[in-house]
Design a binder for this molecule. Structure first.
Ligand code: CP
Ligand code: NVA
Length: 329
């Protein structure tokens, strides 16, 4: 498998074999890291990390992965660079690719990361856009494979905002890898029809089923129950009220996990509102009187929750993407 020189913008661009290869490569790199095997094979190279939105996991994963591979990294945060204010994406791409061997972008529309890739002659990696979060999918799939020993034939239920980056990305990866994908949510938040049609084609080839329903009982028998925040980065504060109304019936509670079954696991990309120990969590509690949102603290802290394995796997999978697209050594 040779992914050298490839961009990593959405998993729509990758075959099931390429996606599985990256997951297995990440497992191997994880094993090497645990055993202390040095992997600083990209010494002398550097990567640029553009973040137009906040991040803990993705930024740290890219920085640690780069360091483990022997590379330098430069963080360009939401303020302090010329990007977007004085310099276009096309010009930024043409500057950065003269100095760096790879560029990560986190921000708004998918068309921005695509523009960056178009004007850059080094690999560009999507660290989250409004539409997709492909590095997160590799981490989730690695976590699932570690837990169940396989991917194909499993059933993944997603509750909440199914028309944004996490919901879209799950639908793509599940349909490509032969995992049954069930969306349980208010129908105003179903994914867009064009993407559903595209994923139904992937599903036909992989043998997966895609189900979109408002019926919470459809989580029955799910191996994996997933959710995400109800309001994503960059969305206006005014939408909280309508989201709380639309998604409260789809909160991941103990009852929902019981419907899925005792062997089901819970995943969440994080950060998550499962208590009031954050500024926004506290603010929502004061405004709406709710002490949790997309998942209860009980489920989040339960043995079924694998969210911190998932968070760790961000680093190993991002390392695999960098390693493979810069050319394995
Ligand atoms: N899951 C995820 O992308 O987390 P960050 O926003 O902290 O990077
Ligand atoms: N949907 C969330 C994912 C965060 C990792 C957001 O875009 O804010």
């Amino acid at each position: 498998m040779n992914l050298k020189g490839r961009d990593f913008l959405t998993l729509k661009d990758f075959t099931p074999e390429e996606i599985e290869y990256l997951i297995d490569l990440a497992a191997d790199l994880k094993d090497k890291k645990k055993k202390g095997v040095p992997m600083d094979v990209h010494r002398g190279k550097n990567i640029a990390l553009i973040f137009e939105k906040s991040s803990t996991r993705t930024r740290c994963a890219f920085e640690v992965a780069a360091s483990d591979l022997g590379m330098g990294s430069t963080y360009l945060g939401p303020t302090g660079s010329q990007i977007g204010t004085k310099e276009s994406i096309a010009d930024t791409a043409r500057v950065l690719c003269r100095m760096y061997e790879g560029i990560e972008y986190r921000g708004y529309g998918q068309e921005i990361v695509e523009e960056l890739a178009k004007y850059s002659d080094v690999p560009v990696w999507n660290g989250l856009t409004n539409e997709y979060h492909p590095t997160q999918m590799l981490a989730d799939m690695l976590t699932i494979k570690e837990h169940f020993g396989k991917l194909k034939g499993l059933k993944l239920a997603y509750l909440g905002d199914a028309r944004y980056n996490m919901g879209n990305s799950y639908m793509v990866v599940c349909s490509k890898l032969g995992i049954d994908y069930v969306v349980c949510t208010n129908k105003a938040y179903f994914p867009n029809e064009e993407l559903v049609a595209q994923c139904r084609e992937y599903a036909e080839a992989s043998g997966a089923q895609i189900t979109l329903t408002e019926d919470i009982d459809a989580v029955a028998g799910a191996d994996i129950v997933c959710t995400d925040v109800w309001v994503s980065m960059g969305e206006p504060d005014e939408v909280w009220e309508e989201r709380i109304k639309a998604f409260t019936p789809y909160k991941v509670t103990k009852d929902v996990m019981k419907k899925a079954g005792p062997n089901a696991i819970f995943l969440h990309c994080l950060p998550s509102f499962h208590d009031v120990k954050t500024k926004i969590g506290q603010d929502i509690y004061e405004r709406f009187g709710i002490a949790d949102m997309e998942v209860t603290d009980e489920v989040f802290e339960s043995g079924q929750s694998k969210v911190f394995d998932e968070a760790e796997n961000r680093m190993h999978t991002i390392k695999a993407v960098i390693y493979a697209t810069l050319g394995e050594k």
